[in-house]
Write a protein that binds this ligand. Structure first.
Ligand SMILES: *Cc1c(COP(=O)(O)O)cnc(C)c1O
Length: 241
């Protein structure tokens, strides 16, 4: 019998299911160690490495929050997958791509400039409710990374709070590539401290409850530092293909 190319082989489906279970166990164990409830932490499956067939296996394993870093990839995949998927854009968004991206996503988790925030706000007038977003902070100071500096964000907060069509739910960061887990932990701690400072000065409607931080190799330290969303890609697709 020839393999059906439209269906992933059952071995990769099994593998993905086992990987999702293992990642959920890591989340639960990390939460337990620091006295948090695992239910406070959303697993966002980052699907940039795979196609729709592997994504369907992730959905079958009960993971409905998906993240893509490239808008074009999201445009391509979202229409081919169930409408129940909660898409998060987690990578850089150019302003000329906002109009097409906005209706497809649950949240833009990588708003990295005031100009992008303004562009989303301007188009948000067409939406039934303010556009949910996270503000990306460059906690590592890596020049190659997008995101606000902590100082800039503090200065821009009044302007961001004035955007009526933007629902700023929290902050997002990517840890430093160098320095291993101690450096990542420090970056995550900085993000939480920045959130606490901003919360003290932002209007009551802006609660900044969400902290999106932690990936395959550093999700445990992110949870210790207060992550409410972890973005996991490679650990979910290990051993597939
Ligand atoms: C790719 C990516 C991830 C997932 O990284 P893994 O190490 O594969 O888990 C998380 N966040 C962002 C912004 C990414 O681009």
């Amino acid at each position: 019998m020839r393999p059906n190319p439209a269906k992933p082989n059952s071995r990769s489906e099994d593998r993905i299911r086992a990987n999702v279970a293992r990642v959920r166990e890591r989340i639960a164990a990390a939460a337990r160690r620091c006295g948090r409830a695992a239910s406070e932490i959303t697993l966002i499956a980052v699907t940039k490495y795979v196609g729709c067939e592997e994504i369907r296996a992730v959905l079958a394993a009960g993971c409905l929050d998906l993240g893509e870093s490239r808008p074009q990839a999201l445009w391509e995949k979202a229409p081919r997958l169930p409408g129940s998927v909660q898409w998060h854009l987690i990578g850089h968004l150019q302003r000329n791509k906002v109009r097409r991206t906005l209706p497809m996503v649950t949240s833009i988790d990588s708003v990295d400039s005031i100009r992008l925030a303004g562009a989303i706000d301007a188009l948000g007038t067409d939406l039934p409710r303010p556009a949910p977003v996270l503000l990306e902070v460059n906690t590592s100071g890596d020049a190659a990374k997008h995101g606000f500096s902590a100082d800039a964000l503090q200065e821009l907060l009044p302007q961001l709070a004035g955007y009526d069509h933007l629902d700023v739910r929290g902050l997002m960061t990517i840890a430093a590539r160098q320095g291993g887990l101690p450096a990542a932990k420090e970056n995550f701690s900085q993000l939480r401290q920045l959130r606490d400072r901003l919360r003290a000065q932002c209007p009551p409607g802006m609660r900044l409850d969400v902290l999106s931080m932690g990936m395959s190799h550093d999700l445990e330290v992110a949870i210790e530092e207060g992550a409410t969303q972890v973005r996991v890609g490679s650990a979910l697709f290990e051993g597939v293909r």
